[in-house]
Design a protein around this ligand. Structure first.
Ligand SMILES: Nc1ncnc2c1ncn2[C@@H]1O[C@H](COP(=O)(O)OP(=O)(O)O)[C@@H](O)[C@H]1O
Ligand SMILES: [Mg+2]
Length: 361
């Protein structure tokens, strides 16, 4: 029989039974459980001495989630068994309970998401964080490349699902919201947007183990200081989409996150004069720093990826974001239109977008 899914009341007793929290802490009222919204059932369990556990359990109501949480658990286990250099870039694995489709990792209580870090309101955009993120992705791809194609548990990956967005299955159409249908209609009517999705499918070139879902909520950042020099501890979480894939997709997903933050900041500032938009020079500085950090981390002998292909992948990822922003909405959201417009602009001249918008030179 499949164990019952955990809830806020049963997480602590479960962790106690697995020895991951102490009885004294539970009885002293030192344990605090917070539910985290997402496609899985996730909980932040903090213990007052600063330790804590992040629990993620597949939601029986979400199709495919037990498979993806299982793949994430297998990834954490493999990295731990190999004593991989990646261990310092991810939370430590505490438990993978396959029967319960459940994963428990070290809670990172002092980290914030990249999204929150970039909105933190401090003067200036955190350009150096983007440089570190570029380097971290390079480090991931280089470390995983030494393992070879056959060793990633999930095997060689296929191009991202968005490459099939313009040819939806009837089952998807029957459940899609009005907002989702509206985005689909715009994409199908645009040869440029469809061309971007086709390019991603045609150019997809698996070359190493990739994260597969790089986005602001899956990058956790904590500022640290080393000899008064600012430094950052960056961890990648949510390895459910990990596969042997195209490293340029991870890089493009990070850059797309940057482009979206910039676009959203323009939209917010246009409606609220108290908010400041990310300037195009800050966007360029962050893009250039990210790219420089990424290339430098690969060491000598690395052949720099084609920035034009990268910009086109970034545009395809924007189309995906537009669809995701609309997928559960009754009307077409403004942000979805904004993302589609930027995607189309990039695809109209990807080489120029790489050089002028993102400063990838
Ligand atoms: N180890 C952790 N410590 C603290 N917060 C975390 C940790 N892992 C994930 N989170 C937070 O929980 C959110 C959801 O976790 P994630 O693994 O991304 O699940 P989902 O598949 O639901 O997106 C993340 O966006 C992040 O903000
Ligand atoms: Mg996530």
């Amino acid at each position: 029989m499949t164990p019952r899914p955990l809830d806020v009341d049963t997480v602590a007793p479960y962790l106690l039974s697995r020895g991951l929290i102490d009885e004294e802490d539970v009885f002293a009222g030192n344990v605090c459980v917070e539910s985290v919204a997402g496609r899985n059932r996730s909980f932040k369990v903090s213990v007052s001495n600063g330790r804590g556990v992040f629990v993620k359990q597949a939601d029986p109501a979400t199709a495919g989630s037990s498979g993806t949480v299982g793949a994430e658990g297998a990834f954490y286990r493999r990295v731990r068994e190999e004593r991989s250099e990646l261990l310092s870039s991810i939370p430590a694995l505490l438990l993978h309970d396959e029967r319960a489709s459940l994963l428990a990792v070290e809670l990172l209580p002092d980290h914030t998401t990249l999204a929150a870090h970039c909105r933190s309101g401090e003067p200036g955009f955190p350009v150096r964080t983007w440089q570190e993120l570029g380097a971290l992705l390079g480090h991931l791809h280089r470390t995983e490349a030494t393992r070879g194609r056959g060793t990633v548990a999930s095997g060689p990956g296929t191009p991202p699902w968005v490459t099939r967005l313009h040819r939806p299955a009837p089952s998807m159409l029957s459940t899609l919201s009005q907002g989702g249908l509206a985005v689909l209609g715009i994409v199908q009517a645009s040869p440029v947007l469809v061309g971007g999705l086709r390019l991603l499918a045609d150019e997809w070139h698996p070359d190493t183990g990739v994260h597969g879902d790089v986005r602001g909520s899956n990058v956790l950042v904590r500022e640290t200081s080393c000899d008064e020099e600012p430094a950052w501890d960056i961890r990648l979480v949510d390895w459910e989409s990990q596969q042997f894939g195209d490293s340029l997709w991870d890089v493009a997903c990070a850059l797309e996150t940057l482009v979206r933050y910039w676009a959203l900041s323009l939209q917010v500032a246009a409606h609220d004069p108290r908010r400041t938009a990310i300037s195009s020079s800050e966007l360029r500085a962050a893009g250039a720093a990210f790219w420089e950090g990424h290339i430098r981390s690969q060491g000598s002998g690395y052949s720099t990826p084609d920035a034009t292909r990268l910009a086109a992948y970034c545009a395809a990822r924007l189309t995906q974001s537009a669809f995701q922003a609309a997928a559960d909405r009754d009307e077409l959201p403004r942000t979805a239109v904004l993302y589609l417009q930027i995607s189309e602009n990039i695809l109209a001249a990807p080489g120029e977008a790489a050089a002028e918008l993102l400063a990838l030179t």
